[in-house]
Design a protein around this ligand. Structure first.
Ligand SMILES: [Fe+2]
Ligand SMILES: [Fe+2]
Length: 259
């Protein structure tokens, strides 16, 4: 099976990049499942029912998330109910949202989970322990894709070695900067430290750069605004052999497209 995974989709320009290009990408690459990290979907801050359902309508099958998932209180009830959206698995069990999602299409199955890192990140439980507990309780015949949402390259790399042979793919997100280290690990796990950001790259990780510079030079609070400049799709294509659940290829997409 072939999976297309979009790195953090940031605000309206990110959504427009996905919506405007998804049908052509699915056709061109013969994609079976489309995934996206949705933590910045609604103007960079969390997700809303309207923005997530818009992407579902245009063909996104499932969503990973991260530390910004719950930025909007008005979305709590929706996050608790929407099955296609996964919360970070290593957050407290009482945190709203689904722990995993199994999608099924044309006889193919894929399960997704999100984990958050602990290094330079808001407090979270051990991703290692959360993964082990989850792994023992799941149907291991279904291929598993893990979004590891973290700041530290070393932590992501270490975690990839930890789940090699178990996860079919371990894809890093959160930094919004795509890394050029994609590979298939010896046990068959497709890995990249960070898929990057689908949104405006003439910015500081999606936010207008003059606003971030003002904040950093004055240390005063300021309202963030989404950048529409330098829009790029950042994504990866991952191929998984369904007889072994091992990945056979991972290919980066880093394409400038105006919206
Ligand atoms: Fe993000
Ligand atoms: Fe994040």
């Amino acid at each position: 099976m072939r999976i297309l995974f979009f790195g953090d989709v940031f605000g309206k320009p990110g959504r427009q990049l996905v919506i405007g290009n998804l049908p052509a990408l699915i056709n061109k690459h013969e994609v079976d499942f489309v995934l996206a990290n949705c933590e910045n979907l609604a103007d960079g801050r969390g997700v809303t029912e309207k923005t997530l359902k818009q992407l579902i309508r245009f063909g996104v099958d499932g969503f990973t998330s991260g530390n910004h998932l719950w930025d909007r209180e008005e979305s709590f009830a929706f996050i608790a109910e929407e099955p296609k959206l996964t919360k970070p698995l290593n957050f407290p069990k009482k945190a709203l949202g689904n722990r995993s999602y199994i999608m099924e299409k044309n006889g193919k199955k894929l399960e997704i989970i999100t984990l958050c890192g602990q290094v330079y990140m808001p407090p979270a439980n051990s991703p290692f322990e959360a993964f082990d507990e989850f792994w023992e309780s799941r149907d291991q015949s279904i291929p598993l894709l893990v979004d590891f949402h973290g700041e530290s390259t070393a932590e992501k790399r270490a975690f990839a070695w930890y789940v090699d042979e178990r996860a079919s793919a371990l894809l890093g997100t959160h930094t919004h900067v795509q890394t050029a280290d994609e590979e298939i690990l010896p046990g068959g796990t497709a890995y990249i430290t960070d898929v990057g950001m689908t949104g405006g790259h003439d910015s500081v990780i999606g936010v207008k750069k003059d606003i971030i510079l003002q904040k950093m030079t004055t240390a005063m609070p300021i309202r963030y605004e989404t950048s529409y400049r330098g829009t790029r799709i950042n994504a990866v294509l991952v191929d998984i052999d369904e007889t072994t659940n091992r990945a056979t290829s991972i290919t980066r997409i880093n394409t400038p497209i105006e919206v």
